[in-house]
Ligand binder design. Structure first.
Ligand SMILES: [Mn+2]
Length: 268
């Protein structure tokens, strides 16, 4: 099953800064930039191995979540393994709905500074602060494991308990942590999981995060197959050097490489 990019230029559900809608073409540009090459660290040349379905067109009168869900469903129907380029994190909910319709047994590994478990945020149940509350209340996944979390508050702690979310806070995480994933996994990577020193181009900078190397090690170390992924919340307006686009592109390469090479890692 071929990993295939799909850009989702959508940031209407952002609660703080807009800008992530402009991310997908810039991540692609960094991905194929002549400063690097097209090989992932596992020794696979992604040229010819990584498909690209372009960017979704979400017209002003359209229902964004319906467009996202049906587009991902179409990709899954073709036998692809989607790698979604956000957009803000609200897109993960319709993406995961499409996966659930196609194959209702999988877990999620969610790498983020924030648990995104709010029941509602600013009056919006579909805010980018809420996707994992919607996913869990609909029972779309087996386990939800979150790593990199360093902004937990009282309400979200209650939500995590209510939905049985396994939260590995940034303070608890260490290199080699086992994630207890027993099924194929959908990987949701918010770039603000990384320390802003490595990835400043995000809407909600939160110091004290993961290094690029640590996120790569998490991806490469997964012992279960990766059925799909999203890389979200890249905000080009906060990325004056362009380094965050390069980080996003690097993670795309490692996720795609993991999909192609299979679940040969060591950590479950
Ligand atoms: Mn976040």
């Amino acid at each position: 099953m071929q990993p295939t990019l799909l850009g989702v230029p959508y940031d209407n559900s952002s609660s703080h800064l807009r800008g992530s809608a402009d991310a997908p073409p810039l991540i692609r540009k960094a991905l194929w930039c002549s400063a690097g090459n097209s090989w992932c660290e596992a020794g696979i040349d992604l040229r010819g191995q990584l498909g690209d379905s372009g960017d979704l067109s979400i017209l002003p009168h359209a229902h964004p979540r319906s467009v996202i869900e049906s587009s991902v469903a179409a990709l899954l129907g073709q036998g692809s393994r989607p790698i979604i380029l956000g957009g803000d994190h609200s897109i993960t909910y319709p993406v995961v709905r499409a996966f659930y319709r196609a194959r209702p047994t999988f877990d999620i590994l969610h790498i983020d500074a924030h648990p995104d478990l709010y029941e509602e945020f600013g009056g919006d149940r579909y805010s980018h602060a809420c996707p994992f509350a919607r996913i869990m209340e609909e029972g779309l996944v087996g386990r939800l494991v979150q790593v990199g979390i360093r902004t937990m508050n009282g309400h979200q702690r209650q939500q995590a308990e209510r939905y049985g979310v396994s939260v590995i806070s940034m303070g608890e995480w260490f290199r080699g942590t086992r994630f207890e994933l027993r099924q194929p996994v959908y990987l949701s990577i918010d770039l603000d999981a990384l320390d802003p020193a490595f990835a400043p181009g995000v809407s909600h900078r939160e110091p004290g995060g993961l290094s690029v190397r640590e996120v790569i090690d998490i991806i490469q170390g997964l012992a279960v197959p990766v059925i799909g992924a999203d890389i979200v919340e890249y905000n080009p307006q906060q990325d004056s050097s362009g380094i965050t686009a390069l980080v996003a592109a690097k993670l795309v390469k490692e996720v795609a490489g993991k999909m192609v090479s299979g679940g040969s890692g060591v950590r479950g």
